[in-house]
Ligand binder design. Structure first.
Ligand SMILES: C[S@@+](CC[C@H](N)C(=O)[O-])C[C@H]1O[C@@H](n2cnc3c(N)ncnc32)[C@H](O)[C@@H]1O
Length: 207
């Protein structure tokens, strides 16, 4: 695991409960609803940086969607397992995703990519593309201003990293995705950049 992932992991292990007690858990229900509506029946979704499983994994599983969550932080993963005992949560770094090609109908990563160095974002989007099935749906969000560095978050050092929306969009496209929609949205007093993509292209051509 790289040094940044270690710092993020140690940070969230300390602040997981505090972070969740301060979350407005319904603030992006519209986006979760849109994502769910784009999935086929019996979809299997990967939740990347799943945190405590609420709201994302909970929202999706309540609608009959199978979810696998991955996260760096054991404390977050244990909260997720307590919250959703029937859902699979695995300790895994999104920089080192260990899933086969064409595994998931959907991938969702909310408030998590901004903890990964910018230089890694394209490789992660490419891996998302690879492990999605043809027709698979991607939903991500990032911050809105280009930045990278460490600041204190709930009393611990935390790493943050964002491209500007235009560059994030270019990278998602470069990884192979067709864009369904993208926008800067205000949710719960914060602005984030949201992208919905679709895997319409495979190694042999368009589907
Ligand atoms: C701000 S929290 C958001 C959690 C959840 N997605 C939500 O919306 O509540 C960020 C989460 O991403 C996880 N995370 C950060 N970097 C990660 C990485 N490289 N691989 C996997 N998880 C990561 C953190 O441990 C933390 O649980």
């Amino acid at each position: 695991m790289n040094k940044i992932s270690k710092l993020v992991e140690e940070g969230y292990n300390k602040i997981a409960e505090d972070y969740y007690s301060h979350r407005n858990l319904n603030k992006f229900n519209n986006e979760l609803g849109e994502f769910a509506s784009l999935l086929p029946e019996n979809a299997h979704v990967l939740d990347v940086g799943c945190g405590a499983g609420i709201p994302t994994a909970k929202y999706l599983t309540e609608r009959g969607i199978k979810v696998t969550g991955i996260d760096l932080s054991d404390t977050m993963l244990n909260l997720a397992r307590d919250n959703l005992p029937s859902t699979k949560f695995i300790k895994m770094d999104m920089n080192e995703l260990e899933f086969n090609e064409n595994t998931f109908e959907g991938i969702i990563s909310i408030f998590a990519l901004f903890h990964v160095p910018k230089v890694k974002h394209l490789d992660i989007f490419k891996k998302f593309f690879e492990i999605l099935k043809p027709g698979g749906i991607l939903m991500i969000n990032t911050g809105v201003s280009e930045s990278e560095g460490t600041s204190r978050f709930f009393g611990v050092p935390m790493f943050w990293s964002n491209f500007n929306p235009r560059t994030t969009l270019d990278l998602v496209k470069k990884a192979g995705f067709s864009i369904i929609s993208e926008a800067v949205l205000e949710r719960g007093g914060e602005y984030q950049y949201w992208v919905f993509g679709k895997k319409l292209r495979t190694k042999v051509g368009w589907i």
